[in-house]
Design a protein around this ligand. Structure first.
Ligand code: ATP
Ligand code: MG
Length: 336
């Protein structure tokens, strides 16, 4: 029997998912779920790595349901993919503890995304051991189900590299071929900018358009969106490149002719921000409307959402146990 290759992918449970998640990771996740056995993780223990959420268990707990509904709404099919909460698979913690023995303290601190998050979230030196351990716990997520491919946004690539270092170290110490290296797969937009012009749309900075936003919310956010700061009047020639409004048009407006026309007129000072934004809001709303509709079904059938999570957890625990047993056996740890 031919077995399919596997995907492990997922999100922190620190709110709801936004259009940056969509172009960065969700789109690939949905497209590949036929070709791969797909595991979607709700990284709820990872959420506690952040000072902002460690004291807010109600946000993390609610987010488990919200993020599950977001995944289902964009087309993750529970018949093809398993969706599960990290905290319900204790085997992952065991693997995480074991893998932490293979990573030096210095190496853990040298992770560029960890450094960036310390800066971005102004953590100073006020972060937990769990925060530094974030990529190592992520390695445990990935390796627990024996994944081959990990669809992620660009910011996660250093964590994939860390995972592969752990694999190589483990194999070198306990036997070649014990664990398998994985590949990251970045989406069509590596890192979508925020509506405030920040380099990354992120829940933490609240600069996001969410997949669950209402039409009015999208309209209000687009109206406030950052554009070309040097352009004061609609008759001033504007900058298209790097302008968030046009980045979003390119990402979400299927009408390429309309975009080209707007760009040309913008460059010449022949169109105002109001028209560019009006067309963007319509395009974004058309993109989100069917997602919102599908999400509504699950909002009204929460029992189904919970059942999907319970089933996902059961399946993943089975897989993770196999990996953990193999790892412990290789390390000559007792099984009595
Ligand atoms: P937080 O700021 O709380 O970490 P986040 O918005 O970065 O939240 P994650 O759960 O960390 O969300 O990310 C889930 C997945 O979506 C990851 O693969 C991540 O790389 C990707 N992703 C997140 N934001 C973006 C973005 N703006 N552009 C592209 N991909 C993104
Ligand atoms: Mg993140």
């Amino acid at each position: 029997m031919e077995t399919k290759k596997r995907i492990l992918t997922g999100d922190n449970t620190t709110g709801r998912l936004h259009v940056g998640h969509y172009v960065g990771a969700l789109e690939n996740r949905v497209a590949l779920q036929d070709a791969y056995d797909t595991f979607v993780i709700l990284a709820d223990m990872h959420a506690f790595a952040y000072p902002k959420y460690v004291g807010s268990p109600e946000i993390v707990s609610d987010s488990i349901i919200q993020v599950t509904m977001d995944n289902l709404a964009v087309g993750i099919d529970p018949k093809k993919s398993k969706i599960f909460a990290e905290s319900t698979v204790p085997e992952i913690y065991e693997l995480g503890m074991i893998f932490s023995m293979l990573v030096t303290h210095n190496r853990a601190l040298r992770n560029p995304t960890i450094k960036e998050e310390i800066r971005e979230k102004s953590l100073g030196d006020n972060y937990s051991l769990g925060f530094i351990n974030f990529p190592i716990l992520q390695a445990a997520d990935i390796l627990s189900v024996n994944a081959d491919l990990v669809p992620v946004g660009e910011d996660q690539l250093p964590h994939i590299e860390q995972t592969n270092e752990i694999v190589r170290k483990f194999n070198q110490l306990y036997g070649e071929g014990s664990l398998k290296e994985v590949e990251g797969k970045v989406g069509r937009i590596k890192r979508l900018v925020g509506i405030d012009g920040n380099a990354k749309m992120t829940k933490s900075l609240d600069n996001a358009i969410y997949l669950s936003d209402t039409e009015q919310m999208i309209k209000d956010k687009v109206k406030k969106m950052y554009t070309d700061p040097n352009r004061l009047h609609p008759t001033d020639p504007g900058k298209v490149e790097g302008n968030p409004v046009f980045i979003y048009h390119d990402a979400f407006n299927p009408n390429k002719e309309e975009i080209e026309d707007l760009k040309q007129r913008y460059l010449l000072g022949k169109v105002g921000d109001v028209e560019v934004k009006e067309k963007l809001y319509i395009a974004l709303n058309n993109f989100i409307a069917p997602i919102r509709e599908k999400r509504k079904y699950y909002e009204e059938h929460l029992d189904e959402v919970v059942e999907i999570l319970a089933e996902g957890s059961r399946a993943v625990r089975g897989e993770a146990k196999l990996t953990l047993n193999k790892v412990k056996e290789k390390m000559k740890l007792p099984n009595f």
